[in-house]
Design a protein around this ligand. Structure first.
Ligand code: TMP
Ligand code: ASP
Length: 237
């Protein structure tokens, strides 16, 4: 499958058309951003590592029955995906308190959240990805109530699958963000799953193994992403 014209350039990935109108190529760059694009850097190898990481996780999710846009990894930095009409919302599940929930609700980082929380954010960097609820989604027509219900159901199913996968490899899946879209009317998981969009801690030491290493200048960002991948059974080129 050949790349045709560039369709969309995000903060870390570029999406290209292909000859097949139903299929896009997702290209993972080394660009890394945080705080809604306010902190940016180039981290060598990141594109390769996240493409490999995403292919592995999407493969596990698809195997477990989650409808995913992912079709296959094409090479080091490219993957073939189905063309989705994306919903402009982000679904976040938290198993342990970290990041914005600590600031918003004044809770201690590391508090277990039982049951896990589910939050919606609007995908809008200029507004700082504000938190929204089902009512906003309905009033502004960002998705139908049925789509939100299905996205929530799939996001929790992903939690059951991935929490165990990470736990079996000595890690805690603290939180993560998923994005969904529709393909011929069916809601599917889109975007990516990589350490850029989730928090992962070592189960013993609680060492941070995700993009918080970049956000908080902890160093060894990509080396740690690779360590997470290796523990899960991935191999990097
Ligand atoms: P938060 O603590 O900043 O609200 O983020 C929760 C989790 O979701 C964290 O793993 C980062 C991820 N996330 C993104 O990757 N992109 C986003 O735009 C948002 C809102 C969250
Ligand atoms: N809001 C997320 C972060 O702080 C994602 C982003 O801004 O790109 O990393």
């Amino acid at each position: 499958m050949e790349k045709r014209e560039e369709l969309y350039r995000g903060k870390a990935k570029t999406v290209y058309r292909t000859d097949d109108p139903d299929l896009f190529i997702m290209h993972f760059r080394d660009d890394t951003s945080a705080f809604d694009g306010k902190k940016v850097a180039q981290l060598p190898r990141k594109g390769m590592v996240n493409n490999t990481f995403n292919a592995f996780i999407m493969g596990k999710l698809a195997e477990a029955g989650i409808p995913c846009h992912f079709v296959k990894r094409l090479d080091e930095r490219d993957s073939l995906v189905r063309r989705l009409d994306m919903l402009p919302i982000e679904c976040v599940v938290r198993n342990v308190a970290a990041g914005s929930i600590c600031r918003r609700l004044g809770v201690q980082e590391g508090m277990d959240l039982v049951p896990p929380t589910f939050e919606l954010f609007l995908k809008n960097d200029a507004l700082g990805d504000p938190m929204i609820n089902d009512s906003h989604v309905a009033s502004f027509g960002w998705a139908t109530p049925e789509q939100v219900a299905r996205a929530r159901e799939l996001t929790f199913q992903v939690n059951d699958i991935l929490k165990k996968l990470f736990a079996d490899a000595g890690m805690i899946l603290v939180d993560y963000k998923l994005e969904f879209g529709t393909f011929n009317g069916e809601l599917m998981l889109g975007d990516e799953f990589s350490p850029d969009g989730c928090r992962i801690w070592d189960a013993q030491t609680r060492q941070k193994m995700d993009k918080d290493r970049f956000r908080q200048d902890l160093g060894d960002v990509i080396e740690t992403y690779e360590e997470v991948g290796r523990r899960l059974g991935m191999s990097f080129g």
